[in-house]
Design a protein around this ligand. Structure first.
Ligand code: BDR
Ligand code: CA
Length: 303
């Protein structure tokens, strides 16, 4: 399956990119960067750094720097660290992004691979909404958009019932949900069940010292946030879960319903069912142990 990951790396974004690179059933054909966990320039650099690290040689296209209408955006340094990779702050790469913008790249790739491109959007949805605005046929050309975002029947993780990716650009998310594209929503309803322990990363680092050692290192800060602030044991592999859903929907149960985003100030960013919008597949159940096992088994095949 040809996949582009739209990403704001980010610790769990790095996990998703490692997984997509290692998975035998995925061809990672590009990364598009966007503001979110970090500023967009950091996201682009981090994406290029991971491409170098993995020897993946896939293009990185830089995308949006800010939400459509929300003001006062700030990166999530308290969750992902000041540079996006926890305490790992020495992030240098000579790779540059391609000349096309993220939206231009998404539109071209969908047009060149009609019905065959899966976009895993694991960050605010501004680039995806930009692609919808740029090409009226994008929604029809793209095979599927798998979105890590939202919290349909569970509480949010940033404010009230809002999940961070939707909260950071609720207007863009509302446009994407109304676009008519084939969409799978992989939100907190399922991703909060994928908690990874330190031991999981230690075992991975033994099997794959370079890749696993890196993930062990960058996950410490992120896991510490989950354990000391959120009050969980372990950290959630939100973004990798969305990539696994792209190829392994049998590990999830879904409900088909239209979806929109509450744009009122009081509840901004809450994902709610909306029968007047085109139906999407909302993941509400997960075989979390199987998803976790798949992630660690596949990434363990790296160096
Ligand atoms: C989402 O927000 C970001 O912090 C993570 O990378 C993930 O994409 C989880 O709410
Ligand atoms: Ca992310």
């Amino acid at each position: 399956m040809k996949i582009i990951i739209d990403t704001d790396p980010g610790v769990d974004d790095a996990m998703a990119i490692f997984y997509a690179h290692a998975a035998p059933d995925i061809e990672l054909v590009g990364l598009t960067s966007v503001f979110g966990n970090v500023w967009v320039e950091q996201a682009t650099r981090n994406a290029n750094y991971l491409v170098d690290f993995l020897g993946a040689d896939c293009p990185v296209a830089q995308g949006a720097a800010a939400p459509y209408e929300m003001t006062g955006f700030k990166p999530s340094a308290h969750v992902h660290g000041p540079e996006g990779f926890g305490d790992h702050i020495d992030i240098a790469t000579t790779r540059a992004p391609i000349d096309e913008s993220a939206a231009e790249f998404l539109v071209r790739m969908a047009r060149e691979n009609p019905g065959e491109l899966t976009v895993c959007a694991v960050s605010p949805l501004t680039n995806i909404a930009d692609a919808v605005r740029l090409d009226p046929k994008f929604a029809a050309n793209v095979g599927r958009i798998v979105i890590m975002g939202g919290a349909v029947d569970v509480p949010g993780n940033i404010r009230g019932h809002a999940e961070a990716n939707i909260f950071h650009d609720p207007h863009a998310a509302a446009e994407v949900f109304a676009s008519g594209a084939k969409i799978t929503l992989v939100g907190l309803d399922v991703t909060m069940q994928t908690l990874c322990l330190r031991e999981d990363f230690v075992t991975l680092a033994q099997a794959a010292p370079k890749a696993g050692g890196f993930l062990l290192k960058i996950s410490e800060f992120y896991r510490n946030f989950y354990e000391t602030v959120v009050g969980e044991t372990g950290c959630a592999m939100h973004d990798a879960t969305a990539v696994i859903a792209a190829t392994h929907m049998g590990l999830f149960t879904t409900e088909r319903s239209g979806l929109t985003v509450d744009l009122t100030e009081a509840a901004s960013g809450q994902t709610i069912r909306d029968p007047s919008n085109p139906p999407v597949d909302i993941c509400l159940g997960i075989d979390a142990e199987a998803v976790k096992a798949r992630f660690f088994d596949v990434v363990a095949t790296l160096e």
